[in-house]
Design a protein around this ligand. Structure first.
Ligand code: MSP
Length: 631
């Protein structure tokens, strides 16, 4: 059993938590739960950043003292985490005494390192970022590159930390530890920041009053970012050198979005180097969650209505969608229509129906879970696939590829659906085949038990429901086939994901439902609404293989790579392209078309092509990563 410490950022309390905060926290939760499942000794930290000028201003605007304001805002975060089933071990508040005392101890150590000096500072400051914008990043308009708001000119006497001194050590550390910063693109970004040189940074503010005073000069308040980073250690009991601190520091994973990786991968490690403390093992900066391609913004009223979606589809569908849909390192556009599609296809259809069907057959034909007594076609393949599924998960989780992890589990779900289909198990109730029926149902239920264990980090409530329906009281290992006990009663099986039709989905989205009259008229004249258009999931794919389909002169069977998965498509292009000419081509596919069987061949999507006298495949002007959305 090894220690595993994962953290989220501590979020500013000057606004309510939103989908972006939920995204990081759910991902960190899945990671923490995965490691618990692996029997590691896990410590999962999240919390709030309650100090600084931003919070002070928000309190003033609300007519409250800063402390009262924080006391009012912080429970909104804890309530949301409860609702999202976040399994943190500690919730940090930076106004807590534990943090204050730990921060003072760290600041004293930093001061004693000799790397802190007093100087004056002037420059352009972004209040929402709480940072001076370096000369190199300034534009003529003096606008914050992230918030797009005008910067303020500030002049102050500050304490500085000799960040520049650590440039070479940081460079060496990042080069020698390729996994220190995830993903690769962020690592390269930070390497180029280091190449262009680091400036010392100011670590105190004399103009701010809401924060922790410097232990070596009480006229100054520690800069909120320097204070916040220390929370990762103070939360463990750094102040008293506690057992917990000694067990869990250094952190295994600091998780966040790309906006703040720089603080965590450059400034924080340099502070730790100065105080001779071990560095976190990995800094993970995932992509932004966007809405219609734009950054979420309170001021611009760009937000994701997570309440409606959780109410309509349930929490686990929301968690599943966030973790399955997006490639973690890249930005991802949140679309309720895609959540709807994934709910019906992956959750209701693939998983929910499978469970229902298998339980129904057990109930109809047996008193309790039957004993597996025969062996037949496909049994070994299914058992072997259970093991390969488990084996592949580690690799995906280590790469923060939650999407691939879930896809791998769902390949197994779909395999079990096929197993039920291929064996035609429902036809085996006659006495001479009943033992075969029992074996197939046992195997299917055992597969579902393993699936429930494997999905538990991502959709914990669903995992519990499946276990209960099978009649199990405790989670057993997923690494061993055959743990499912024989002879226990299974439940009747309520659908765990009842199908949700589009009509209901529309009702749940007031904006789509309350359309002005003019729009309805346009609709009847063959126009599609933007919302309808958005339902199409167009993606960049590459053709890996192509072959003719017997007896169908116009059709080709294609295998394509969509980045996260391989698909089989049928396309009516055989008269215009030879199979060889297609291999390696990048194309655009409709990825969320209902699968169809054409001439006995399953087609999971459609390829786009100009189609007139000639047929010419649609492609992008330049190659793009596979799986990129086309809009
Ligand atoms: N208080 C600092 C963090 C200090 S950590 C030592 C801060 N707070 S924040 O409230 O602005 O949170 C930023 C983080 O919230 C991002 O790094 C990310 O984890 C999450 N997200 C906020 N908006 C997001 C998206 N639109 N998409 C994805 N994650 C987002 O910075």
């Amino acid at each position: 059993m090894s220690a595993f410490y994962v953290t989220t950022p501590i979020y500013y309390v000057n606004g309510e938590p939103h989908a972006g905060h939920a995204y990081t926290t759910i991902a960190a939760d899945a990671l923490a739960r995965y490691h618990r499942l692996k029997d590691n000794d896990v410590f999962f930290l999240t919390g709030v950043d309650e100090h600084g000028a931003n919070v002070h201003k928000a309190a003033e605007d609300a007519g409250l003292t800063p402390q009262n304001y924080c006391d009012k805002m912080t429970p909104i975060f804890t309530a949301l985490w409860k609702r999202l089933n976040i399994s943190h071990d500690i919730f940090m508040r930076t106004t807590s005494n534990m943090h204050k005392r730990g921060a003072e101890k760290f600041l004293t150590a930093l001061y004693n390192s000799g790397d802190v000096y007093k100087g004056s500072y002037e420059g352009y400051y972004c209040r929402p970022c709480e940072r001076f914008i370096p000369e190199k990043e300034l534009t003529d308009e003096k606008i914050c590159p992230i918030h797009k708001l005008p910067l303020e000119w500030l002049e102050e006497e500050n304490y500085f930390f000799k960040l520049s001194k650590y440039q070479d050590r940081l460079l060496a550390h990042i080069r020698e530890n390729p996994r220190f910063i995830y993903p690769e693109s962020r690592r390269n970004e930070l390497l180029s920041v280091l190449d262009s040189g680091l400036e010392d940074i100011s670590i105190s503010r004399s103009s701010v009053s809401w924060g922790i005073s410097l232990p070596f000069d009480s006229e100054h308040i520690v800069y909120v970012w320097i204070e916040a980073l220390m929370n990762y250690m103070t939360a463990l009991g750094y102040e008293t050198d506690s057992e917990r601190y000694r067990t869990f520091w250094p952190a295994n994973v600091h998780m966040m979005a790309k906006d703040i990786t720089r603080f965590h991968a450059l400034i924080w490690p340099a502070m730790l180097m100065a105080t001779n403390l071990p560095l976190p093992k990995q800094v993970v900066g995932h992509g932004w969650l966007t809405k219609d391609g734009e950054a979420l913004s309170k001021t611009r009223r760009i937000f994701i209505d997570i309440d409606t979606d959780i109410e309509t589809y349930g929490l686990d569908a929301f968690r599943y969608y966030l973790l399955r849909e997006f490639s973690f390192g890249n930005d991802g556009d949140y679309r309720p229509a895609r959540l709807h599609a994934r709910y019906n296809a992956d959750l209701a259809n693939d998983l929910g129906n499978l469970l229902n069907r298998v339980l129904g057959l057990v109930n109809k034909n047996f008193e309790a879970i039957p004993e597996p007594t025969t062996s037949g076609e496909f049994d070994d393949e299914v058992k072997a696939m259970a093991q390969t599924t488990v084996d592949q998960l580690d690799t995906h989780i280590e790469a923060f590829a939650f999407d691939n992890a879930l896809e791998t589990i769902w390949e197994f779900v779909r395999r079990i659906n096929r197993y039920v289909q291929q064996t035609q198990v429902w036809t085996l109730a006659k006495s001479e085949t009943k033992s075969r029926m029992g074996t197939i149902l046992y195997n299917s239920l055992e597969a579902l038990r393993i699936i429930s264990v494997l999905i538990s980090p991502f959709v914990p409530d669903t995992a519990d429901k499946i276990q209960k329906q099978i009649g199990l009281e405790e989670f057993e290992t997923a690494t061993e086939w055959g743990c499912l006990p024989v002879g226990i009663k299974v439940s009747r099986g309520e659908p765990i994901f009842p199908r949700i039709d589009t009509k209901k989905q529309k009702q749940a989205q007031p904006k789509a439902a309350a359309k002005p009259k003019q729009k309805t008229e346009q609709k009847t004249s063959d126009l599609v609404s933007f919302a309808d258009f958005q339902k199409l999931d167009l993606r960049v794919a590459r053709i890996l293989a192509a072959e003719p389909i017997e007896g169908a002169d116009r059709l080709l069977k294609l295998q394509v790579d969509v980045g996260t998965e391989k698909r089989q498509l049928v396309a009516g292009i055989a008269e215009h392209y030879t199979p060889d000419a297609l291999i390696g081509k990048q194309v655009i596919i409709v990825a969320n078309l209902e699968p169809a069987t054409i001439r006995n061949v399953e087609s999971q999507g459609m390829i786009l092509a100009g189609s007139g006298d000639a047929v010419v495949l649609a492609t992008l002007e330049k190659e793009m990563p596979l799986g990129t959305q086309v809009r």
